[in-house]
Design a protein around this ligand. Sequence first.
Ligand code: AAO
Length: 512
Amino acid sequence: MRLLVLVATLGLCLAQHNPNTKPDRTSIVHLFEWRWADIAEECERFLAPNGFGGVQISPPSESITLSNPWRPWWERYQPISYKLCSRSGTEDELRDMVTRCNNVGVYIYVDAVINHMCGSSGGEGTHSSCGTYFNADKKDFPSVPYTWWDFNDGKCKTGSGNIENYNDINQVRDCRLVSLLDLALEKDYVRGKVAEFMNTLIDIGIAGFRVDACKHMWPGDLEAVYGKLKNLNTKWFPKGSKPFIYQEVIDLGGEAITAHDYYGLGRVTEFKYSAKLGTVIRKWNGEKMAYLRNWGEGWGFMPSDKALVFVDNHDNQRGHGAGGPSILTFWDPRMYKMATGFMLAHPYGVTRVMSSFRWQRHIVNGKDENDWMGPPSYSDGTTKPVPINPDSTCGDDWVCEHRWRQIKNMVIFRNVVNGQPLSNWWDNESNQVAYGRGDRGFIVFNNDDWYMDVTLNTGLPVGTYCDVISGQKEGGRCTGKQITVGGDRRARFQISNTDEDPFVAIHADSKL
Ligand code: AAO
């Protein structure tokens, strides 16, 4: 009996680490602040044809709205109720998006904010995305309903009621994160309400959750909530499929709570990956790309099968969370494309591509004064649609990194090499590196300040390949550089340090 329970628990744990994506669709894209209607279109017209596995959406739960024209993006991390009515659209629009994306094999991952409700200074009234009444002073959220009784304040021992010291585990989990009203997830009632919210989304057809602020929740409480979750909707997923769970825990080392505490429950965001990759590509602190030879666990990261990785996320790209100057974003496009290319070619972790909106950055003493700015919107505060230009880029300040040729093609590269080991590593002990993925793909970087001209073993079968960075294969022809692989699997790579993108990538499907 005990063995059976153990096997069952183990099965549950492992299941929640599986992204549930279609075979050979390996990456998720975060369409930060996009409207549901636009995501539905994007699944059909772009994501499915280009092999994206899924979309992380912004929180769909009803949130506070903070007076127009302010409307910061972060208001969505302050829930008011679990109605599925947000700045991105209505419940009907959400359902339509999930159905349409699922029907083309692109799955939806929901950003679930379950640690807290709105900030303690959120006030009283109906300034919420669905117009639902709440009273933050009284901790009264009648439409869930939650009352003062459902919050943690009694357990918190700090003077301010907020987290003051990240090295005190009890504070981090029982006090308020930046004054956000902290739910008492130890209570079965609260667990039930949270699970009900998540199960509604599962029934609609989503494939999993990014769980927000997990450091601030006890693993035992999370386990209890996850234990109440249903299996995925069998209209689209095999019977018995569990939701994919990836938990946001910022662990850069040096704190009492570690990512390790959450491995058993699902995957965990590996923030060291983002911070370190930025440092290496920027060549700060004496870092070199040659040191990436043992990238992954060799760098002290969590085991690959527990990690969710990214070059930047919606927080650290603007100095929130574990943001710092090393983080690469679309604001540094040349280095950003290299970093994203490196991530997508490398076997470590489940990869998430960021897709941002542009804002008026205003950096004063290293801090962006406009780090709050919300998505492109009309004067009444509603979010603008994402217009697609004739050249396939996006308009109206939607950056659409996922549509950049180099990034889109590397998402495809990752699918093509899926399951192949890292092979044929080469470096010049500086910032020129290359590696392959079995006999399916090969990538070469020149991040040095001089010309690169090398002949390397690619592991690929003989033939002429189209570089998917400088161009791509279109109708049997190559719009970019061509690379000739000989019968000995070797090929010559010439990459100027002044190239627009100083890297080259070829794979089995880019063979001419
Ligand atoms: C807003 C206002 C607040 C106001 C509040 C309530 O900005 O002034 O008090 O409303 O009225 C987002 C925004 C917040 C916003 C919030 C609610 O980022 O600015 O607050 O919505 O609207 C911690 C958490 C992590 C969290 C991160 C932002 O652990 O979970 O803070 N991320 C998620 C979301 C995020 C969201 C929330 C959670 C809340 O992704 O978008 O907030 O739902 C250390 C700790 C980290 C901690 C950071 C931040 O990090 O380790 O756990 O993250 O501090 O303070 C070095 C260290 C690194 C350290 C870092 C930061 O890098 O190595 O460990 O420095 O200094």
